[in-house]
Structures are given as structure tokens and as C-alpha cells.
Design a protein around this ligand. Sequence first.
Ligand SMILES: Nc1ncnc2c1ncn2[C@@H]1O[C@H](COP(=O)(O)OP(=O)(O)OP(=O)(O)O)[C@@H](O)[C@H]1O
Length: 872
Amino acid sequence: MTTTMPAGAGGELPIRSQSARTRRPPTSSRPEPLPRSESSTRAEASRPHRSRSQRSTTAPSPRHQQQSEMSAAPGAPSHAGPVEDQREGTSADPRRHHSSAANTTTTKQHKYRTMIPAPSGNYTFIKTIGQGSMGKVKLAKKEGTNELVACKIIERVSQDDGRQSREEREKSDAAREDRNAREAAIVSLLNHQYICGLRDNLRTRWHWYMLFEYVNGGQMLDYIISHGKLKEKQARKFARQIASAVDYCHRNSIVHRDLKIENILISKTGDIKIIDFGLSNLFSPDEDRKLKTYCGSLYFAAPELLQAKPYTGPEVDVWSFGVVLFVLVCGKVPFDDQYMPALHQKIKKGAVDYPNWLSSECKHLISRMLVTDPKQRATMHEVMNHPWMLKGYNGPPENYLPQREPLSLPLDPEVIANMTGFKFGPADYIREELTKRIKSPKYQAAVRRLEKEREQPSTTPKDAEKRRGFGFDFYKRRNSVTSRDTLTNTSSEGLPIGDDPLNAFDPMVSIYYLVREKLERERANAQPLSAPPKVQVPPSPQQSTQQTPVPPSPIVRPKEKHSLAEIVPPQPAHTDDRRRSRARSHSEEQQREPIKNGLLSPDMIPQHQQPQQVKRESTAAGILRRLSTRDRRKDPNAESKSNSLIQKSVSMRAKSLGHARRESIQARRAKREAEAAHQSSNVVREETDAELGEAEGGETSGGSHERFQESDAVEDPDLAKPVFLKGIFSVSTTSTKPLPEIRADIKRVLKMLGVEYAEIRGGFRCSHSPSVVRGSDRDRSRGDNSRDNRDEDGYYSGRERSSRRRYSSSGQEVGGSRSGGRDGGGGGEIRFEIVIVKVPIVSLHGVQFKRVGGDTWQYKGVAEQIVKELRL
Ligand SMILES: Nc1ncnc2c1ncn2[C@@H]1O[C@H](COP(=O)(O)OP(=O)(O)OP(=O)(O)O)[C@@H](O)[C@H]1O
């Protein structure tokens, strides 16, 4: 059966338009206090600076043309999710309101929004922790609790820079709104331990506020900066987790499309969390519904994207995953060139230089992922079952997909009412379409195949499940490209995409499952659904002149069965046991991984040395955390136990890294351990120089480099938590030097490298413009960035700060934000923090880098240079 959907349903929507994001309105005045982002954009508007890409990109890009081809569905419903807040503006026309607001003289204290009233409570902003191309990400704390969230703030209205007509701007704003709605809808439905979850979200007249779980173990990028490259064993652990999350997405008809090292964070347990579904979309197995938007970061982009070829979806994630894996094990990207067209050529050619230290299995896996022909490229099934992935584990990574049964009629109206955010159309339309799909011969045939497979006496349920679940081949490859037939010839044992009724059969079907599962979770938690709007929607920018359809409010009903099969006979329900039989628990995987984050796990520690708690903790990072925070009054032996554990872990770590200095470091560490007993038990940020009484010339900042606010105004609520010991440190980023020496060293190196800095509590806030800070350029740029242009975090906002570089199929950057040679943008300001923490028990100091904004690879270069020069 040919299914029909509105054009936008599961179809392509335009990607973020960087050029749209950088448009600024003419200055005017605003009569009322504003959130920071609006007032700052006014400041930016008044600056003369325009990037090369802004100057040169006037014609609509191919991508933009495609955007218009893929227009929204007629009669599409309102967007997913967020509760609306009217307080941010009152004008019926936000654009007019915005424009008349721009000449404000509001004082700084009123300039920035300091809290947001989300449906689940009020959240107070603490500080900026990230700057993406879509906007800022701020750490926020829920009022009356210690709950922290990362709040992604996305502007809804692009501003007029005179390059587009009002109609064009409105069109691109509408597309942006769809994208934001889709991101919110997708992240609110996904439920996976390696995907950063959405806690809440709020849409005001001007902004989307998406409140994500706060991932506080740092970025994977920082981990690599600290470690250079990862040992294959450690990389495998992360790769399995990435595979688990990506496979889960794909089986739900979702393609991420922006997998890159910057979008992988590390949680406090040392596990990964994938962020940034801003470019994600639903994909369909139908040939005529292929995706056509070419998006993502160039370094990680599949060649077919550069060639503007339509694609199904999952295969571009496999390529990006291959690049990520290469970065993990090699510490650099596989395709690199300062000159953009040359970089394009390298990617299209797909020739990779593998360092000789890589194991042949690792090389083989990466080479299967970085195959330029998407039809020959490894599928996720192949990736997950590759020997390199399996090494040390007793099976492929678990994808944590809930147990599912084929859909049956009648459909649940509550589920359908909550299928918002994807422009599927009104509820009646969704019901009709889903019914058609379920009744379709294709679906029925797929269900019959599944039933037959389950009934096959010769096949164990596990095998059947494996065949069905992992047989997720997107292309029927005719020939095996390697000698490992069992790995590559997956189409013979698996079901191609679109033939499996439970996995990625169709985007609408997948979303139905996801919404139903979310409702079930919420019922189980007895919490109200956070997604559907409960109050009247303020007009979104592009909807100011049109009627906004408000989706029906959710019908709250008691839990009901979905087994009223009209088409499909009832299947045994598995609602209580949601994990597949083949599922191995995460802890099982962890037990098989003896060294976590370079530290010891319990099974590496002799029994007699294991304190009671160690056995219960699943990660070695947890051991260290527990030991460092335990109450010594209750256990007089705790100190010696923890000393011996940590001593061992430190020495193991040094050994595993094979660093030339390890002997002397261990000796020095051992010596200092004797002095450790009197020190406090928490890992804390270090004091500033001022607090230590060693400020230079009475200043708290670095002399001529000073251009920041004096101090962090807000207490960091993480201070008391030993969150920085999550494998972030390597030998090159830890030191036994006394603190004042480390601080002086850091200042010396920052000055030497021309990095501007200010001291903040526990470290340094840094800013650098690598391609600009030279001689007179530097002076000019300084003139550009007067003190008044600092934002509320003390960073200057004088130049473009976003890190995403867009590209067209011809190799030209489209809508990119900055000039300069490298993907991710060159020439812009990079901003980061250097945080010094101490590990009191072993008297070690650790230096941690945290990127806040700016070009990833320039940041990596500068951070690595600092580490190198520090010689800790
Ligand atoms: N949940 C989180 N916890 C901690 N930090 C986060 C979280 N989400 C985002 N960040 C930080 O904010 C940065 C930007 O976030 P994100 O990638 O979602 O924004 P974006 O505008 O989509 O960025 P990009 O331009 O890379 O697409 C991240 O690199 C990360 O450092």
C-alpha cells in the first residue's frame, strides 16, 4: 500500500539557518526589562562586524531551496509540547514589539532574565555553560531544590539585517519554529540512558527554553584533550554506549544527523550522554520520502551529504559515528584540511590514514563505517556486532528498546492527541493514516512474518528476537565487502528497514509507540504529561497573523489495554517486563570492564581492600567519589582504606597511560599522601589568587589581559560535589605541584599564548581569538570589544560565537557564521574555563578544561597547547 501523508509528515524540514540566526534588527528602544539574549543581540546588531560568510552569502542556498520545497502540511497542528508563557511580551506582533524594543537603556541589572517559570517549577539561572549555534545553554537550579538542569535557550525570531524581505524572514522563522518544535518533541519522547533527557520545556513569545538533565562530567572533547587519545578499551566502552543510543533512535525512525564529538557529554557516572537533537528528523524507508537536507558539521558529514544526494537517514549517522570513533582512538579527525574544498574532496574520497598503533579490528570497524558508498557502508547491526565492539563483552550493546507488539485497532485517542510536534496533521488525520498503515498489506505481511518467526520451533525466542531486532539492514547489499560474511551479510538474516513492524516501519508508527510508552511511564510515575500545552498559546512569530490550531487537551484515562485486535490477533503483553530477554544489564557490562575512566573498578581490587560500599558501586569513579565523601568519623579506617585504593588507582592510571614520568609522579604522589590526612574529604575547586593572598599587583586578573568581570557572582552549586574525578584527568592534567605554582604556571602560559583570562572561583575564564589576535588586528579587535559589550557571564559578545559551519554540496559554506579556514568556523572567539580541582587524599591537583563556546577544533588546539606548555 502506498501511504500518504502531508508533505511535512515525517518529511524533511529545513535545517537551522545560521544566517537567519545572525540577522539583527535595526536598533530602537525597548520599554521593559528584557532577557539577556535580546538585549545582547541588539548590541551585536550595532557592531560593524560582519563575517565573510555573511557578506558573501546572499543567494538562497540549495538547502534553502529545498526547505521551501518541503513545506509544512496543510492544516498542520500546533507544535509539540511546551507550555506557553505570556510574560515575555504582550504585543500581538512579536516582530513589531521586538523592533520597537531595541533602543532600550535598561540597566544591566534588569537586562537579563534570571529565572524561568517552567511548568514543573521556577528555575534560576546560574551561569552559561555552553554556547551553540542555536543560542546559549545555561545551568539553572530549580527553586527550593538542589536540582540542576541545563537550559537551552533558543530565540524564536530572527532579526532584520536588511538582507531578506519580511516574507523571507517570516518563512525562515516558521521553519525554525518547526525545527524547534520537532527537537522538543523528539527529546521529550526519547527515553534512553545514554541520551540526555528533557525535563521540561517552556515557550515564551521570544524564546524556547528546553530544560535538559544537567550532564556534569564534562564534554567528551575535554576528555580527549586531557587524554590525547583513548585506549581502545575505554573507547570501546564509549562506542558501545553511542551505538546503543544511536540504534535506539534509528529503531524509532529518528536520525540524529549531528553526531559529533561536541555532542557527546560525559555524565557523573562516567557514561556518555548524547545531546543536541536540533538537526534530528524522522526518516522513512520509502524511497520517495528520502531526506534531502544537508546538515551537520562538515568534519563529521557523510560524503553523500556533500554530494547533495537524498538519503534514508541512518547511514549518515553511521558515517558520523565512524568519525567519532576515529577521534576517540586517534585524538584527531580522519579528514582534515585548512582549505575547505580540499576537505570536501578528502571526505568524498574517504581515504583515511590509520595510525599503526590501532588494532586491526579497530581499523576494520572504522573502515567499514567510513565507506563512501552508503549502500556498502556498515549498518548499525554490523557495527554493533563487530568483533571490536564485542571484545570483552558477551554480546552486542543493548539498545534498551522497550518490548513492543504490533499495533492493533482501535488506536488510543490519547496517544494520538499527544503526537504533536511533527506536523503529522490533526488528530483525525493521524488516526486515519495510522489505520491505513496498520491495515496495509505491507504491515500485515510484516506482522505475519514476525508471528511465523516466533512460532518457528527450530528457532529459540532469543534467536528470533535477534534476527528480528538486529536485522536492521537499510540496504540489501549484494556482495560482502569483507571476508567476514557473518558481519556484513546481514540482509540474509535480518529484515530490511520497512519490513519489521516493530522497528522503524514508518515514522508515524514509531511516534505512536514512543508517545504511548511515554504516557505509560508518566502514569507509572503518576505525574502529569509535561508535553502538551495547557494554556493558551501566545502567537509564535510566524503565526502572528494566522490562527494557531490548539491541539486537543489530553484525555486522561485509566490505563487501557491495546489488545483489541481487529487486524492482528492479541499478543502476549509484556508491559511489566519491558526489557528483552536478550537484554544484559548495564551493570553486567560494567563488571566486565575492569578499569573505568583510568581508575580501578571493584573487581580489580583485592577482596581484603574492598570497603563495604565498593561492592555496591558500579563504577570506579563512584568508588572514588564515595571514598572521598564518606564520613571518617564513622569509620576510623576509612582513610587508610581509601589511601590504598586511590594509591593503587593512581598508579594503575599512570601505568596504563605509560607516561614516561610515571615513576617520579608516583613517588611524589606517594610522598604527599602522607600529608593528606588533615585535608578535607571533598574534591573542591581551588581558591582564587585573591583568596590566597597572592594576587598580582592587587589585581584579580591577568594584567593587560584583564577584560572580564571580577568574579563569579553566583555560587557554583557543584562545589561540594566531587564531580570532577570522572576520568577527566590524565597524567598530563594532574600535578603534585603546590597550588600557587600551578596557578602561576597557568597564568604564565595563558599570557604567553595571548589568551585573555579572568580569575573565577576555582580557576580561570578564558577567551581567545586565534586568528584575530595578532598585532594590530588584536588592537582593532579590542577596540571592537569595549568593556560594555560583555555579557552577563563576563564574556565579550563582540564576534560571532557559534561553532556550526554550514556547507553546500558544492563545498561552499552556506549560512556559515564566520570567516576562516576550518569547519566549525575559524576566526571567531573561543571561550572556555580552566578549572583547578584538588584531590585532597592524594594531594593531587587536576586541571580541567571546559569549552563554553566557539570553534571546537581551535579550542582543542589551544587547550592542548596550554596543557603542553604547562608541563604539569
Ligand atoms: N544537558 C547538558 N548538560 C551540560 N551541558 C550541556 C547540556 N546541553 C548542552 N550543554 C552544553 O552546551 C553546548 C551547546 O549545546 P547544544 O549542542 O545543545 O547547542 P546547539 O546550539 O545545538 O549547539 P551546536 O551549534 O553545536 O549545534 C554543548 O556543547 C555543551 O557544552
